[in-house]
Design a protein around this ligand. Sequence first.
Ligand code: ASP
Length: 322
Amino acid sequence: MPQAVIAIHGGAGTITRAAMNAEREREYAAALEQVLLAGQRVLADGGSALDAVTEAVRLLEDSPLFNAGRGAVLTHAGTFELDAAIMDGQTLGAGAVACVKRLRNPVLAARAVLERSEHVLFAAEGAEAFAEAQGLELVGPEYYFTQARHDQWVRAQASTGMALLDHDAAALAARAGAADPIDPDNKFGTVGAVACDAAGNLAAATSTGGVTNKQVGRVGDTPIVGAGCYADDVAAVSATGTGEMFIRTVAAFDVSAQMRYAGLSLEESARRVVMEKLPAIGGRGGLIAVDRAGNVTLPFNTEGMYRGVARVGEPATVWIYG
Ligand code: ASP
């Protein structure tokens, strides 16, 4: 029996250490640790991996620090469109919502799709109507709003007029010839969790506001099963980064597939996806993954990724940089 474990991420990023101050670093670390402890508690109480990742991502969505739920980034039109997915490795059950504008917790809607519908992916108004019928909480756009994301959006529009990966400010700065990232405080995004419970069952969940200044209707990798979120009986994976490339490489599924078909270890499989296959087509970001034995790996090809691990019975550990 594996030792139950949960891992989470709050987005991959390129923020420089110099641009991060100690107070802000403590704030992020504390938020990550609280979420880890909540997920760890679910597992310690005998809860399933599915319950643990649901609770962790729900809490990350509620935190204004991360680009999911409250604190989501803005579209080109200044609106909010959120994506989320969840997958149960034991049953291959999956649920996802895309382009939702009124759900407080997209991950809870994804979980409801998994458990209470015959479908896998609902989009836009249909997703909201389904979630409402399931008794989930609806909110207005003001719920998601944070001044920091708004300011970031204004700067992204002024600088490029193009979609900006939430955490990809360095690339923008390079294009603009600027000395500093567009927004040293707020470029990390997408959240996710993976877990292995005491029975060795795996689950993954991912939730995002997408990329800053994205075109209305754009859907990234997050709600696409196998791209930004995947779980089976080999591995559970949650991704963050340039969504289009994660879709094209079927990144999350590939971690499990290379283990199953080529006999790679979790760590080597994830490394090849993040350090070789994604960069080969310009993909930037990272992922978190866990296998049935409770091994965890957290690779990223950006400068940092908010991330942490908590094994039942052990203290939680969080990191931001490499
Ligand atoms: N992968 C997300 C998307 O493309 C963005 C992110 O991870 O920050 O929507």
